[in-house]
Design a protein around this ligand. Structure first.
Ligand SMILES: Nc1ncnc2c1ncn2[C@@H]1O[C@H](COP(=O)(O)OP(=O)(O)OP(=O)(O)O)[C@@H](O)[C@H]1O
Ligand SMILES: [Mg+2]
Length: 214
């Protein structure tokens, strides 16, 4: 029996995280593994409630610090109720965004102090880090074009400028460069099939899984 693993997927809007998460989940399940596919912010009923508070644009001002605290509040609830119990049972968890997203969006994008984010991450999950993080990297223009093609209504992040997303992307790349053991950077600008194959191969390599059945 393979030990439980915690995998996260990161990248800007339109990078393909949700699509790749689905394919990767199928590939892991085909190996007989129990896999929980989940997302942040959200993943549990209460944390999904916080997600809609944060993402739905309303009249009320939400500062970057408040946004950061809400993200970590939702994260703590998600970890306590879903992520940690699943891993304890020996089940795998595949999460669409995690703390790296807070560094990238609230830190890189909105300028929240890096040390505040680090202290909150340490308080919320100092003893729990992803085993591997796939960064789906795509030029901002490509990501935004895919996002626009996909949907009509825009959320609190999707209204941001391309300069905002450049800062987010750059912070993601800095994080990946600083922690090469954990991160695998995938070129997500190529065809979706190629991105999915590269993502699956990267997880197999990083976690030293035997090559999957075709
Ligand atoms: N490599 C690709 N080539 C072409 N289209 C793609 C590729 N990857 C994703 N797409 C398309 O782009 C859109 C966005 O993909 P997806 O929803 O997976 O991105 P995401 O990273 O989850 O975005 P968000 O952060 O907004 O949730 C979808 O319509 C998807 O089919
Ligand atoms: Mg998505």
């Amino acid at each position: 029996m393979t030990e439980a693993r915690f995998i996260t997927l990161e990248g800007i809007e339109g990078a393909g995280k949700t699509t790749v998460a689905d394919r990767l989940t199928q590939a892991l399940r085909a190996r007989g593994l129990t896999v929980h596919a989940t997302r942040e912010p959200g993943g549990t009923k209460v944390a999904e409630g916080i997600r809609s508070l944060v993402l739905n644009r309303g009249e009320e001002h939400i500062s970057a610090t408040a946004e950061t605290l809400l993200m970590f509040g939702a994260r703590q609830i998600h970890i306590d109720n879903l992520i940690r119990p699943s891993l304890t049972r020996g089940e795998w968890v595949l999460c669409d965004r995690f703390t790296d997203a807070t560094h990238a969006y609230q830190g890189g994008g909105r300028g929240v102090d890096r040390s505040l984010i680090e202290r909150l991450a340490n308080a919320v999950h100092g003893d729990l880090q992803p085993d591997v993080t796939l960064l789906l990297d795509v030029p901002v223009r490509v990501g935004l074009e895919r996002m626009q093609a996909r949907r009509g209504a825009v959320d609190r992040f999707e209204i941001e400028s391309s300069q905002f997303f450049e800062r987010v992307r750059n912070r993601y790349l800095e994080l990946a460069q600083a922690q090469p053991q954990r991160f695998r950077v995938i070129d997500a600008s190529v065809r979706l099939d190629e991105v999915c194959s590269a993502a699956i191969a990267a997880v197999e390599e990083a976690l030293q899984l035997p090559p999957g059945r075709a």
